[in-house]
Design a binder for this molecule. Sequence first.
Ligand code: DGL
Length: 276
Amino acid sequence: MVDTKKVKNNNQTNKRPIGVFDSGVGGLSVLKELHKMLPNEDFVFLADQKYVPYGEKTKQELIKLVYKITDYFIKNHDIKMMVVACNTATCNAIAELRSKYLFPIVGTVPAVKLASKKTRSGTVAVICTPSTSKSVVLKTLIREYCADVEVLNIGCKNLENAVETGELEGLEVNKLLKKYLKGVVNSNTDHLVLGCTHYPFLKETIQKIVGPNVKLLDGGKAIARRSKSLIKSNFLVNKQRKVGETLYFTTSDHSKFSKVATLLMKTIIKAKKIKL
Ligand code: DGL
């Protein structure tokens, strides 16, 4: 077990950054909300693009990858907290992460609990990666919180790739989305959970396909709220007055990441490549 609490909470400790990671640019949809909710915090964002997609990896492979990332964050950035901005990594490895590292770790799980509370038609759907779709965590959430609700659990291959390449609309992505959303369109689904952090960037295209009566839900805001509350309860608030800074890293092509991230975040982003 790595004891990251050995430094006492003090001003110096609180100035440490928060680590945020995903397999790729999808995690930026979470980072956006974190920036809004925690404007004075510093962040380090890592896109593990050498291994994207995570959605087709096994649990064991994912555990290995997230351990490497967390060790990198600790050794190179001395993070005070970590946000797993990836449903796939959370559903497959959050328990292992929490048992190995002692600092607060916020995960991202598909918002099926919220969807089941909000539904009026009694049918909701979740789109996510194949690995999240098959995970025990998602199946347990559905069993525990959606007992009286029909849940369409739809694993989607390759959808994250559209976002990775910045193709948020157009023929290819439309074709793919229409295939995966067929069951949603042909049912009385009234809430559709975006269970992969890449998908909020496809919101407009998805909404056009499912129509205005289906409400899209993603976890970004809830994750940011949870992060804020954990920072407070662990006495880790960064008291600096200036707006925090974010450093961006990728394990693959840094110019490709920077280009797509700049498009998605609507601000100029320059990333560095690192080797884990
Ligand atoms: N963005 C990730 C998620 O939320 C995974 C995408 C992928 O690499 O397959 O699940």
